[in-house]
Design a protein around this ligand. Structure first.
Ligand SMILES: [Zn+2]
Length: 445
């Protein structure tokens, strides 16, 4: 079946368990062993394909008849032959996706799964049923090599009974394969497919502030202390602090402001404000908390409470506050063979050579380099390496494998009229297919 029709069909299925079953059928059709693992009523799909080295060797040899059009590819594949089979390595790729979606909501101009204007419309088109369909299509073009797939039924929710439960279950039964690299199909692209690859996640700090004032008549401010004013001024101060002192590293969004004296002529005695800060590894939750507490001290009666929802993590880094990948808007920055960071300017094409050297010898066996090379081969451009955007299931695989997120364009994710251009789907298929075809070749990184 045409992938456009497949995507349309799976978008029309709003029930997550039914969508999981349709994906199950799709993976069985391309010779994966599959099982549906249910935890607390949440269905998830685990699919696995393993193939003998000899099969992959012959598949690779036959593939070399394809035209070679990239500097990376020419080095990796151009001389593939019978002898080249020894360069094959027994790796396993893990692909993560999710079949659940956020609620459709009201106000759509198109029906779910509708095809129009060169796009497929509907909830999950980009986040992320579309990427799963693309990966399946890429697998059809690359029928050899060990690939494990987890399609979670609980990513947009608590995420408790999805990917982490599947991983724990496989580990408890001692049948979790050794994973060399995890590819997560979340939407990471901005202007065009493959323009950014996500290699980590920012931290998330929730802060709630409570101001205690004293109520009284609005006409006699000398006898009152306005809690609402204190909270608003405090929020403004912290917001300005993040924009200046932590420019490029921290982003603050106010999520609630609550104060109501109950009358138009009474000053409120209590007010509350809440905000969330997303922060990179260039700072830490403890550092931010210390600064915010210090600011709160300048506003009489403001008390603050903190909850670290998530600590920042990045592929290739351990712990918090240890430098990390580049700040937003500063181009790429990767590790060289001597451990030094290789800085890149905005126009990465000018630094192609340095870029490839920087990715080589990375502590992921060069597999991140392969992904970057695949993007380059399929799109003609290098991706930027980022840690922006939302949290994903990457946090559950970071302990077992190096990883990266690469998927469709995120612009319409979670929005009314979510849609994906058909041309975007084909571009993502090209990137995924290129990555799969090179993944099992040892290029000597
Ligand atoms: Zn998603």
């Amino acid at each position: 079946m045409d992938i456009i029709k497949e995507l349309s069909q799976v978008i029309k299925i709003s029930c997550t368990s039914d969508a999981i079953r349709l994906f199950d059928a799709m993976f069985r059709k391309i010779n994966f062993s599959t099982e549906i693992l249910s935890f607390n009523g949440v269905d998830n799909l685990y699919a696995f394909r393993s193939s003998a080295l000899a099969n992959r060797a012959s598949a690779l040899v036959s593939r070399t008849s394809a035209p070679v059009n990239s500097a990376f590819e020419s080095e990796a594949c151009a001389s593939a032959s019978e002898a080249h089979a020894s360069a094959l390595v027994n790796r396993t790729l893990l692909f993560l996706g999710h079949a659940d979606v956020v609620p459709v909501g009201a106000g759509w101009t198109r029906r779910q799964g509708y095809l129009a204007d060169g796009c497929v419309w509907g909830r999950g088109a980009v986040d992320m049923k579309g990427a799963i369909v693309c990966f399946i299509e890429a697998l059809k073009r690359n029928p050899e090599g060990n690939v494990a797939v987890i399609i979670s039924g609980d990513e947009e929710g608590t995420a408790e009974f999805g990917t982490p439960a599947v991983l724990a279950h496989l580990q408890s039964e001692r049948r979790m394969p050794h994973v060399d690299f995890a590819l997560i199909g979340e939407p990471t692209s901005s202007s065009y497919i493959g323009d950014s690859v996500k290699v980590g996640c920012r931290g998330s700090l929730n802060v709630s502030a409570t101001a205690h004032g004293s109520a009284g008549h609005v006409a006699y401010p000398q006898f009152t202390k306005n809690a609402a004013t204190a909270v608003i001024q405090f929020l403004n101060h912290v917001d300005a602090h993040m924009r200046t002192v932590h420019a490029g590293d921290c982003h603050l969004e106010i999520t609630s402001v609550v104060a109501d004296s109950g009358a138009t002529n009474v000053v409120p005695a209590i007010a509350r404000g809440g905000f969330n800060i997303r922060f990179t590894k260039h700072t830490s939750a403890e550092q931010l908390e210390a600064e915010i507490t210090q600011i709160a001290g300048q506003y009489c009666g403001v008390e603050v409470a903190y909850e670290v929802a998530c600590r920042p993590f990045e592929c290739g880094f351990d712990g918090e506050g240890q430098g990390g990948w580049p700040k937003e808007g500063q181009g790429g920055c990767l590790y060289g063979s001597n451990g030094d960071r290789v800085a890149l300017n905005e126009n990465m094409n000018d630094l192609a050579n340095e870029y490839s050297v920087g990715l080589a010898n990375e502590n992921n066996n060069g597999l991140l380099a392969k992904l970057v090379a695949s993007v380059r081969a399929a799109t003609g451009k290098y991706p930027s390496i980022t840690t922006t955007g939302a949290n994903s299931d990457a946090k559950f695989v970071r302990a077992i494998s190096s990883f990266a997120e690469l998927g469709l364009r995120y612009k319409t994710a979670h929005q009314v009229d979510e849609h994906v251009a058909v041309s975007d789907l084909y571009e993502l298929i090209e990137i995924y297919a290129k990555f799969l075809s090179d993944f099992f070749i040892n290029t000597g990184y």
